[in-house]
Design a protein around this ligand. Structure first.
Ligand SMILES: *Cc1c(COP(=O)(O)O)cnc(C)c1O
Length: 234
């Protein structure tokens, strides 16, 4: 572990993030307890994940299947583990075994692969449909116009339970710049509720620097990495 990382006070960071959540929730007329904090642990070792769990975090986010599998085996405690990175179909079997939720379903073929593997493992996997709300080519996610069709396809697969939507806001030092994307995701969720009967349990949006804006726009699942574990080595 680098010296810088070992000096990060994870419990203090979690407390700070919780305060920011509470203020944003209050501004949007909601309670902090309605918002679930996912601690994003990519490149973070098991010991630091344990410290986050000891500080009260109950949800861990990972971007890579391999890394998550190794770490989950090392970390005791009953946190829920979320896949938040781009998932390749050839990793669907392992992903269906180790994760409690997969937030990044963005194509029919991926939905089918995960559904098949989850069903084979006797599970019904909670998933979110990832939407590319910014239109940036570097981002995965279904185009907003394609989400309804993806829901129709994924929603009927045994082995999957579609529980909501996920997006990544554009990166900009000014978090206000991502507000339109968060609003778009919330509007899409409403449309799907009305038109396809989707029971939207989760709106996953907002990261360390923009989660307040996301909460104001309706997020109830936020994904915070550096705000808890400190800067990642590049
Ligand atoms: C890395 C990552 C995060 C956390 O980003 P921070 O800026 O460190 O909070 C959230 N969501 C996704 C999809 C990520 O890949």
């Amino acid at each position: 572990m680098s010296k810088a990382a070992s000096h990060v006070d994870i419990a203090e960071n979690v407390a700070r993030v919780r305060e920011r959540i509470a203020r944003a929730a209050q501004r949007s007329g909601r309670s902090a307890s309605d918002i679930t904090l996912v601690a994003v642990a990519k490149v973070v070792d098991a010991e630091r994940v344990r410290r986050a769990i000891a500080a009260g975090v109950a949800d861990i986010g990972e971007n890579y299947v391999q890394e998550a599998a190794a770490k989950r085996a090392e970390v005791e405690g009953d946190a829920r583990w979320h896949m938040i990175g781009h998932l390749q179909r050839n990793k669907a079997r392992q992903a269906a075994q180790i994760f409690d939720m997969i937030q990044t379903i963005d194509s029919q073929r991926l939905a089918e692969a995960v559904a098949q593997r989850a069903a084979a493992a006797g599970r019904s996997m909670p998933v979110l449909l990832q939407v590319n709300t910014s239109g940036e080519e570097s981002k995965s996610g279904a185009a907003p116009a394609d989400v309804e069709r993806l829901l129709d396809q994924a929603g009927s697969l045994p082995g999957l339970r579609v529980e909501g939507l996920m997006t990544i806001g554009r990166w900009d030092p000014d978090p206000e710049r991502a507000r339109g994307e968060f609003r778009l995701l919330a509007e899409l969720a409403k449309q799907l509720e009305q038109r396809s009967g989707l029971a939207v349990k989760w709106l996953s949006m907002g990261m360390s620097h923009d989660f307040e804006v996301a909460i104001e726009e309706g997020a109830n699942l936020i994904r915070v990495g550096t705000g808890i574990f400190g800067p990642r080595p590049r």
